[in-house]
Ligand binder design. Structure first.
Ligand SMILES: [Zn+2]
Length: 313
């Protein structure tokens, strides 16, 4: 029988009282099961952190000694016990080390998605689907109006200009995916990386991901070469360089409103879009869907006659 309070939401995040742990807590807790290393899912100050190795490496880089008191590193598909709940990490295809969290308790399977994507991405483990009775899914783009174009087609847009490009991208996950895509599809381009992106890039490489060629940004190189340079910077830097001249400004995101001021729109998203969410639900075959992160109303009306959809947030 599905326990309706197996996962509840409170100000600290998603709580499982049966195993006394939080999923991606927003404040430091005793037991944290962390899906992936993005800042809105992995914070510092937790005591026991259950996660994949890549997630721990990103957290250690970002939070140093405050990353966790104790890390409990788990490989994908390894079944482990947290206070009586059986937990397994399943690849989520979002960024390197990202996991869905399968929880089994009293013969019922609850699957927490974290962030996930279905599009191919050579820089992280591809998503895998497992059956679960309850699917707890993010709904960042759970709107039929949102359909992410193919990333490979989007990246070819960069070849439409010879001008130097300033490319804004999140430092973890997105930028590594873009480095790999540019190397594969825009061979004329020379990639310069903002120094703050380097540690994450190095961790990807240490973990065996081949990103291809790039250099650390050097002002002289960018000045001397008036064409085909791509200077990749994190969002904060991108925002502060709004007056940068002689460059085409591009920001890689799935969000339309973040594309408005740019000369060239690059829709590369690391989240599932509407069709991807429906496809995932088809694969997971849940009898109940619980939604968080975003708006689950569209899903609720879509499945009105067939599935229970409960909005957690
Ligand atoms: Zn994320």
């Amino acid at each position: 029988m599905i326990l309706e309070d197996f996962i509840v939401i409170n100000k600290t995040g998603l709580f499982c009282r049966y195993g006394d742990f939080y999923l991606d807590p927003k404040e430091g807790v005793k037991n944290a099961v962390i899906s992936h290393a993005h800042g809105d899912h992995a914070i510092s100050g937790n005591q026991n952190v259950y996660c994949t190795r890549a997630t721990s490496l990103f957290m250690l880089h970002r939070y140093k000694k405050f990353a966790a008191v104790d890390f409990h590193l788990k490989t994908f598909h390894e079944v482990f016990d947290v206070n009586g709940v059986k937990v397994t990490f399943i690849p989520a295809g979002h960024i390197l080390g990202s996991a869905m969290v399968l929880m089994e308790y009293q013969q019922v399977r609850y699957l927490y998605s974290g962030d996930y994507k279905l599009q191919p991405d050579a820089t992280c483990e591809p998503i895998e689907f497992v059956q679960a009775d309850v699917f707890i899914t993010e709904t960042t783009f759970a709107d039929p109006a949102t359909q992410h174009p193919v990333a490979e087609t989007e990246i070819l847009k960069l070849n439409s200009t010879q001008s130097n490009i300033m490319l804004g991208a999140y430092a973890l996950g997105k930028s590594q995916r873009l480095i790999q895509l540019i190397n594969a599809y825009c061979p004329e381009k020379r990639i310069l990386l903002h120094h703050s992106m380097m540690p994450f890039v190095k961790i990807y490489e240490q973990e065996g991901v081949n990103l291809g060629k790039y250099e650390v940004y050097d002002r002289k190189v960018m000045k001397q070469n008036q064409s085909n340079m791509v200077y990749m910077v994190p969002p904060m830097v991108y925002g502060s360089y709004f007056r940068a001249i002689n460059v085409v400004r591009v920001f890689a995101t799935g969000w339309k409103h973040l594309q408005n001021n740019n000369e060239l729109q690059l829709y590369v998203s690391d989240h599932a879009d509407w069709n991807d969410i429906l496809y995932t639900i088809e694969k997971v075959q849940p009898t109940e869907i619980w939604t968080n992160h975003g708006n689950g109303l569209q899903l609720k009306s879509h499945y009105e006659k067939s599935l229970v959809v409960k909005l957690l947030n």
